[in-house]
Design a protein around this ligand. Structure first.
Ligand code: NAD
Length: 262
């Protein structure tokens, strides 16, 4: 029997990049998926159609802008009504912005706090009671190596990802006596739209072509010289959902090509 057969999984920010790969892998492991992200109704419909063709089970789409906690409350309440509880909650959605702090837009800071940190507080806050009643759960927060170390120009990203790891530890301790676990994944560079924007900015700033800018970006801090892949991260998430990981609690698990080993 598939590992996650009968489990319901919400993956926030699953319209692209890491979240989409993770949702696909959870579906392949048997879970029923709830997708989320910034997408029009038509885009969401097309995504669900395509997903269903590839994975059999048709996912749901939860159209929630994670900057607004009232929308999060409505989304989780609706999912709890339909499914009793969420079994797997992956807080993956995130945004990036690179700027010296003195020029950092206050609006982007607020949005980054809301999406990268507060949204996870609100999804966990509202999903946990039903999860506790069901007696099993897996909460996975997509942090970053930027939650473990600092980098100039990433005040917002560093602050929110460090905060997300703190939130992970606290929830892991609150749930430690139960069959619910909460862990964080800390990827290094992964080639997704979020990182391509940083490659494009570097290429423009330094007058480089895409390949040269990509190599320069990876060389900034990833000893492997390679991107981590979305599939590798998805496998780690499935491991967190497996019985073998039942006592893995509150970790911030780096998958970073050696960056944090330095
Ligand atoms: P991405 O840009 O491909 O995907 C981001 C997702 O978040 C999209 O689905 C987008 O629609 C969604 N999103 C953004 N704002 C939202 C909002 N207000 N409401 C709802 N959804 C929203 O990015 P990615 O690289 O796949 O990143 C996914 C996660 O992984 C993020 O938390 C990111 O910080 C983290 N991460 C990425 C890397 C990397 O190198 N790509 C490294 C470390 C951590």
């Amino acid at each position: 029997m598939a590992l996650l057969k009968g489990r319901v999984a919400l993956v926030t920010g699953s319209t692209s990049g890491i979240g989409l790969a993770l949702a696909r892998r959870l579906a392949d492991a048997g879970a029923h998926l709830v997708l989320n992200g910034l997408a029009s109704a038509a885009e969401a419909e097309a995504l669900c159609d395509h997903f269903a063709q590839q994975h059999g089970d048709r996912p749901e789409f939860a159209p929630c802008d994670l900057r607004d906690y009232r929308q999060i409350e409505q989304m989780i309440a609706g999912l709890n009504r339909r499914h009793g509880a969420l079994d797997i909650l992956v807080n993956n959605a995130g945004i990036q912005h690179v700027s010296p702090i003195a020029e950092f837009s206050p609006q982007i800071w607020q949005d980054m706090l809301a999406v990268n940190l507060s949204a996870s507080f609100h999804t966990i806050r509202t999903a946990l009671p039903a999860m506790r009643e069901r007696g099993w759960g897996r909460i996975i927060n997509m942090a970053s190596i930027s939650g473990l170390r600092g980098r100039a120009g990433k005040a917002g990203y560093n602050a929110t990802k460090h905060g997300l790891i703190g939130l992970t530890k606290s929830v892991a301790l609150e749930t430690a006596p139960t069959a619910i676990t909460c862990n964080a994944i800390c990827p290094g560079w992964v080639h997704t739209p979020l990182v391509q924007k940083q490659i494009d900015a570097l290429a423009t700033r330094e007058g480089l072509d895409n390949d040269a800018a990509t190599q320069r970006l990876i060389g900034l801090r990833q000893p492997s010289g390679r991107f981590v892949t979305v599939e590798q991260i998805a496998e780690l998430a499935v491991f967190f959902c497996s019985p073998a990981a039942a006592e893995v609690r509150g970790v911030a698990w780096a998958m970073d090509g050696g960056t944090t080993a330095q």
